[in-house]
Design a protein around this ligand. Sequence first.
Ligand code: ADP
Ligand code: ZN
Length: 479
Amino acid sequence: MNSMNTYQIIAIIGVLIFIVYLIFKNKKSAQKEINNLNEIEYSSSSNMKFNDVAGNYEAKESLLEIVDFIKNPEKYSKLNARMPKGVLLYGTPGTGKTLMAKALAGEAGVPFYAVSGSDFVQVYAGLGAGRIRNLFKKAKKSGKSVIFIDEIDAIGKKRTDGNMRGSDEGDRTLNALLAEMSGFSEDSGTIVVAATNRIDTLDAALLRPGRFDRQIEIMLPDKNARKDIIKLYLSKKNVSDDIDLNEIADLTVYFSGAMIENLINESTLLAIRENSEKINNEHIQKAYLEILAGSEKKNLHENKAQKIVTSYHEAGHAFISKYLMPDNKIIRVSIIPTSKGAGGYTLSIPNKEEVVTKSRIKKQLAVLMAGRVAEEIFFGKENITTGAQNDIERATSLAVDYISKYGMDENSAFINFGVLSEKLNIPLTSVEQSVKKLTVEIYDEVVEIIKSNKEKIIDITKILMEKEVIYEEDLNRLI
Ligand code: ADP
Ligand code: ZN
């Protein structure tokens, strides 16, 4: 009996040990899983330099000071200068914000930790905050560094009381970030750089001193900057003599750096496809049209009726564009359907960067409406087609901004309707009325202009039907 008892006890202990082992093992793997979730991919070195970023002159200057600060933090702490812990780069997508942050790390010669705000938006409670802490822990271990958070708006949206952001989870992540930023000391030589397309949506807590207190706007490149960017990317290629930097800089008005890089790359691909050793002007022009309008599908107007309607539609756009904005350059009017789903297109660019005035917006609205108006006048109100879908979308968006953002409406001068509706907690119906009034007014004007210039539009249409594509010179001759 006695010995039996001993065996039993040993067996029981054995089972217990096994159970403890199982629990422990489980816990360990669960812990491991959480650790894995806490990890996100950081790329952590950068050999970019400011020379790899063209344009953005002011931003670079501002960041040069930060480079010095990262290298010699003592110099600043000795004089009790408070350097920013965080730099916020804001502005249009594709303008080189990420590039600039990389170059900052590259110039300072410190590791570069890059994450995106969307990596922190998680369904698991506490995971986003955990990831933030993890990121900073890693960065601190390496001493000086640049931590880059792209799309900071994903974690740092405004916490307004009326419009609750919803998740405590998001707040926890944001709080973790704020705590980490307050946590490291100013002379550590660590800088947090964040990027966003929309600074206006960020929580004020992020912009306070000690957080992202240096804010740098990164704008679309002006002509000089565009030239620099084109030069930068062409310098790495074999380029034919017929390429004119000035002309490409003109063509690419309102392009971002990323779009210019893409243009040069597409041109290179075209050159390779043609077994050409050099990139020439034709490649650039062709790539340009493909980027803006989509590639053209040849011989797809088998439907004659479609071709005629498209011709009148585009003739309408082209005519009104020349008529109201003679300074604009019409690059190409085409009735060849494109891979982007358009039946045809009229591509025009301003001769130089224009100030966006009230009168200019109205003219832009008129140009957008002119395709549909031409259809209506030449084929009848009941026979208008779906071809104006995209024009309508763009016109509506522009008209709403005219009324609600730019305060250009005489009947409601100087009011931002978004703010009005938020402060007074009222719906935005008054904007709708004003928008409708504006669009109807302009539409009627366009109808009048087209009615009294029918012959000219018929002339343009005839040539379009015959040649499928016309250019500025043809239009100038006709109008
Ligand atoms: P953002 O972060 O502002 O959206 P990125 O830095 O990601 O823009 O830019 C995308 C790409 O576009 C870059 O990798 C680079 O090839 C090109 N690019 C954009 N702006 C510039 C610039 N100013 N100089 C050189 N290249 C640029
Ligand atoms: Zn159209």
